[in-house]
Design a protein around this ligand. Structure first.
Ligand SMILES: NC(=O)c1ccc[n+]([C@@H]2O[C@H](COP(=O)([O-])OP(=O)(O)OC[C@H]3O[C@@H](n4cnc5c(N)ncnc54)[C@H](O)[C@@H]3O)[C@@H](O)[C@H]2O)c1
Length: 404
């Protein structure tokens, strides 16, 4: 059985990896250690996960455990440090998306992987959600022929969208903004559907709802004078997990999860558009807003033999309560067909559980190519990172092809 260690003890680390590794996957995964810069959170995770040893330092954990696999689920701006450290120590890596947040760190990761001969897997769970997988299957079966154009509109609601502006994600240096942190999921899906490499893009971005526009504000919801009037007031102490893992761990590192949405440090965009050309000639029009009255996505895919119209509206941020389960196919003769998709159950439309099976069981058949490697991680994050540069410079830019 392979030895695993985990970096990060936040919500994703706990629910996606630590709990399953210490329960349903314990016969496949020898879970030997956790490290988080916040020792309080790491200890809480350990208590919920079979008292897995907590380490106070990453190199010490590598030296003591000599793991086969390092799972990286810490904040985005720290991924490169742990991925490179793990590869250099001779370990395979399972990294949460985005693999990292900018081009320079991406180059360093790819170089470390090449030198080590080890492998980085990026956990793009959306590829495993039935709806996205069904589209890939239809495209592979040539249902609309060659893909010429994709339109993808993604909208986060005023609860889920606002969440990114309350904490570390709200600063470009921490997350690469939503175009890296969030859209890397979406760019990966389109890269996978189109089956080509991103070539050139032009992007636009602005901050219309969140950030400092001179409106009345506080430091954080918990102590705010405008609790009774602010649309976005949130009492995080009402959620027992938030209270225990974050509020009561604040004294360790000052990580506040209910920072004011109008804080002057916020420099990421809440309104974004990207036009992208692929090496095979396909074009993507993409948009993301983070303040929609409802949550979901809509897409159209135009090909040489017809068109697919699809979309999904859901009431929960992790897509577990999705509404629509059909794809509409338009053929060139004008006829249409409704293609059913099996209902999505569980986190990220059932994607999380299927992804765990693929990474922990190993040797799982992969006819759709759902298991994403560092090349997929790089292509998706680079679109976001280059889009950020395009917004800043007001230019059409090339996306560097860093992977083989
Ligand atoms: N695939 C998905 O659908 C999905 C969903 C949510 C989050 N994520 C990803 O999972 C990761 C964690 O997200 P989260 O929502 O749990 O965030 P979080 O803020 O709840 O947890 C991040 C953890 O990293 C720790 N940390 C910060 N700096 C560190 C450092 N230098 N060294 C070690 N640990 C450090 C923090 O103390 C915290 O415990 C992110 O990369 C995020 O993008 C992926």
């Amino acid at each position: 059985m392979k030895k695993y260690v985990l970096v990060g003890a936040g919500s994703r680390a706990l629910y996606m990896f630590a709990k399953p590794m210490s329960t349903e996957w314990k016969d496949h995964v020898d879970f030997r250690g956790v490290y988080d810069s916040n020792a309080v959170r790491a200890k809480l995770l350990s208590e919920e996960c079979g008292q897995v040893p907590v380490f106070s330092d990453f190199p010490e954990m590598l030296a003591a455990v000599k793991p086969d696999v390092v799972v990286v689920a810490s904040t985005d701006y720290t991924h490169h440090e742990y991925i490179i450290g793990a590869l250099t120590a001779g370990c395979d890596v399972i990294s949460e998306k985005p693999m990292t947040i900018d081009e320079e760190k991406c180059r360093a990761i790819l170089e470390a992987e090449r030198m080590s001969g080890k492998k980085v897997t990026v956990t793009f769970n959306l590829r495993f959600a039935p709806y996205f997988a069904k589209v890939k299957e239809l495209l592979m079966n040539d249902v609309i022929g060659d893909v010429y154009h994709v339109q993808l509109e993604w909208f986060l609601d005023r609860d889920h969208g606002a969440e990114y502006f309350r904490r570390w994600h709200s600063e470009l240096n921490n997350s690469g903004g939503l175009l890296v942190h969030k859209s890397s999921h979406h760019f990966d899906i389109v890269n996978w559907w189109v089956d080509s490499h991103p070539k050139q893009l032009q992007a636009f971005g602005s901050r219309r709802v969140y950030g400092d526009h001179g409106q009345p504000k506080g430091e954080r919801c918990m102590t705010c004078d405008y609790k009774d009037t602010c649309e976005f007031y949130k009492d995080i102490t009402k959620d027992p997990f938030m209270k225990k893992y974050y509020v009561e761990a604040e004294q360790e590192d000052g990580y506040v999860r209910d920072r004011c949405l109008f804080d002057e440090h916020i420099d990421i965009y809440d309104t974004m558009g990207v036009n992208l050309a692929y090496e095979n000639g396909a074009i993507l029009n993409y948009s993301l807003v983070a303040y929609s009255p409802y949550e979901g996505w809509k897409a159209t895919i135009n090909g040489s033999k017809g068109r697919l119209e699809l979309g999904n509206i859901y009431r929960s941020a992790d897509m577990s309560e999705a509404e629509q389960f059909t794809i509409k196919q338009y053929k060139l003769d004008g006829s249409t067909e409704l293609i059913p998709v099996s209902a999505s159950i569980g986190g990220h439309g059932g994607g999380d559980a299927k992804l765990r099976k693929a990474i922990f069981e190993g040797g799982v058949a992969d006819p759709l190519g759902q298991q994403a490697d560092s090349a997929a991680g790089a292509a998706s994050l680079l679109i976001g990172a280059i889009a950020n540069r395009s917004i800043a410079e007001g230019k059409l830019l090339s996306v560097p092809h860093l992977w083989s």
